[in-house]
Design a protein around this ligand. Sequence first.
Ligand code: NIG
Ligand code: FE
Length: 400
Amino acid sequence: MSDKTLWRGARLATLDGTQPWGWVERGALITEGERIAWVGPESELPAGLAPAAEHELGGAVVTPGLIDCHTHLVYGGQRAREFELRLHGASYEEIARAGGGIRSTVAATRGADEAELLRLAQRRLDALLAEGVTTVEVKSGYGLDLDSEARCLRAARALQGAEVRTSYLGAHALPPEFQGRQDDYVEAVCAWMPRLQREGLIDAVDAFCEGIGFTPAQTRRVFEAARALGLPVKLHAEQLSDQGGTQLACEYRALSCDHLEYLSPEGVRAMAASGTVATLLPGAYYFLRETKLPPVGLLREAGVPIAISTDHNPGTSPTLSLLLMLNMACTLFRLTPEEALRGVTVNAARALGLTDRGRLRAGQRADFCVWDVEHPNELSYYFGRNPLRQRVWGGKVFRA
Ligand code: NIG
Ligand code: FE
């Protein structure tokens, strides 16, 4: 008995091959277990196929499963009060320098046990899943001591319903107990890394290179520690100012540099040379009312792959809608709808170092979405509407 499942009557945006969208007008997919066994025009389906199950999709659009490649899903509390303060005139940086901002989330996170952190994060993840997310990256960075960082990463690993990739972001902010001893804190972040890795809690290492974060020299220390352990790196870079963090990250062949509003032309060249993905975060741009746009034209010209993500976090991007980010990537950053979709699929996979997902192709994971739309450009066009019909994760069907 075959364990193949046939999906037919699909309009496929495979994002594979040379056609725009990797388009197949009357397409079919065969899945076998967790993998895609075959993709192509329905007219070319292999003869003698005896699938165990069959789905007729009636012309619905199928895309790869969505990948949210930059989130801070695990934390305690929320920061609506800080939002209010900003509306009364305080800036994000002023609040951070006064000990609020990230630090207030650190206090709330330290006060929550692992079960509570998991409960909160699972609720947030469920919102992402409802819009078709099948892989999500989750960062630590609100614990800032060994036990609390480990607790957050363990909660991330325990999330259900999508594949989770974790990034260790110990170098996110200076915890109060290290006030005035920033280099000592960076040493501690490096010292905790092998222990967290041994527990299987780290897939990549991230840092916040910024005036209110860590200097390029400190970031380099963190990256050296990561390199010594064979861990890939990524970076929150050039979000509020140009620190040259991107060039540094590219020396370490970073998987991605993220935010990038203040990225220089040299930074763009460095990314192109190292094959680093530019992860743009329109939610944070919007919520901070940033006016400086990331250099999308230069990134495009240089052939730097662009990913899009929610950056879900309580301070700068409390959104839980990756579809809204598609719309914002187009309206605010002028990406095309096809670029935006590639940004949450194939390029997001690459930002996580994953090559087995992000396109519809034989051999890839059977992670895909069935949408009640006529064309995939509608995914970027609507905002505040969710046209997901079905989400297929590892060959298993989840109804929207
Ligand atoms: O990605 N930039 C640094 N980290 C987060 C914000 C963290 C916070 O404010 O809690 C970001 O924007
Ligand atoms: Fe972030």
